[in-house]
Design a protein around this ligand. Structure first.
Ligand code: HSE
Length: 318
């Protein structure tokens, strides 16, 4: 039986505009998932969940959903699959934790069985794993974790298209600690309007175009100004602790852009200098709101990779 380990990084989806279509893989945290496959009857088992953020992950997690869908879709029911998860990404934080677990799982299985799947197929299977947390599949976080860097993902003719781009930018992630909401992503998605105002839609699409093109051109000032949509952020802002206060304060202190990371509660900040000051200002605001939080300086992260199976064991990641 072959066992393979894959490592996938955290991500921030949306970045203001770009709901479900734009995401950034970053170096804040990572997950490691191991997959073992042997001939059998299609039995899928999550054998172990460990690591610093394992406590809120149960057996019905995104890796299990994704692998189950993959096995059925590819008619691989003649294998038994064992899944082990080292959870290094905090869950329910808006940092693509469930997406990274699913990304690492499908990537490891594809490699273990030499399936030679295209990246869009991996994204499709991993995105299905998001049902475990969001209630519906979505592809932004899994695309970023799988491909790395800044990712744009969408559908054409019912097929996933995903592209990743190198960008030269640094970000700060603020994460409330011990702030766990059951079914958080589902709840945050339930706040979104079913029908949107056409002018607001045009505004947000314009910002998305400016954000992506500015990041690609290295114009961070303009990119930061574009991290500012109306429809999604307005619907969610009040449900994200301290978001409006932190956004206002950090923009005043010279940050280029401040947005809710994914469905929150984490916040992502685009900056180019005085990170320490920005972190202090942000953490002080959390203190005033009685929220324990941490901050990390992060850069765009690489794609999901297979770890050296001969020399690597789960205990090495702690
Ligand atoms: N695009 C998703 C959302 C990311 O904002 O709901 C959450 O994982």
């Amino acid at each position: 039986m072959e066992e393979l380990w894959a490592k996938a990084y955290s991500s921030s989806a949306n970045l203001g505009p770009g709901f479900d279509v734009l995401s950034l893989a970053h170096t804040a945290y990572y997950d490691i998932v191991s997959i073992s496959a042997k001939r059998g009857n299609g039995d899928i088992k999550v054998e172990k969940i460990e690591g610093p953020f394992s406590s809120n992950v149960n057996e019905n997690n995104s890796a299990y959903y994704a692998i189950k869908y993959m096995i059925n879709d590819l008619k691989l029911n003649n294998y038994d699959i064992k899944i082990r998860i080292w959870k290094g990404i905090p869950v329910s934080s808006g940092l693509g934790g469930s997406g990274a677990t699913a990304a690492a799982a499908v990537f490891a299985l594809s490699n273990a069985l030499n399936l030679g799947l295209k990246r869009e197929e991996l994204i499709k299977y991993a995105g299905y794993g998001e049902i475990a947390s969001a209630g519906v599949p979505h592809y932004d976080n899994v695309s970023a974790s799988l491909l790395g860097k800044l990712v744009v993902v969408g559908n054409i003719d019912d097929k996933i298209h995903a592209f990743n781009f190198d960008i030269n930018a640094s970000f700060i992630i603020f994460r409330p600690i011990n702030y766990y909401l059951e079914n958080k992503t589902q709840y945050m998605r339930s706040l979104l309007p079913k029908i949107v105002d056409f002018k607001q839609h045009v505004h947000d699409i314009g910002k998305l175009g400016i954000l992506i093109s500015s990041l690609l051109r290295g114009d961070l000032k303009s990119a930061g100004k574009a991290m500012d949509d109306i429809i999604v952020t307005n619907a969610r802002a009040k449900a994200v602790p301290c978001f409006l206060e932190i956004k206002e304060a950090l923009l005043n202190e010279g940050a280029y852009g401040v947005a809710i990371s994914g469905a929150g509660p984490s916040i992502i900040v685009l900056y180019d200098k005085n990170a320490e000051n920005l972190i202090n200002v942000g953490l002080n605001i959390y203190k005033k709101c009685n929220i324990n939080a941490e901050a990390k300086i992060v850069n765009p992260a690489p794609e999901t990779k297979i770890l050296d199976g001969n020399n690597w064991s789960f205990s090495e990641s702690t």
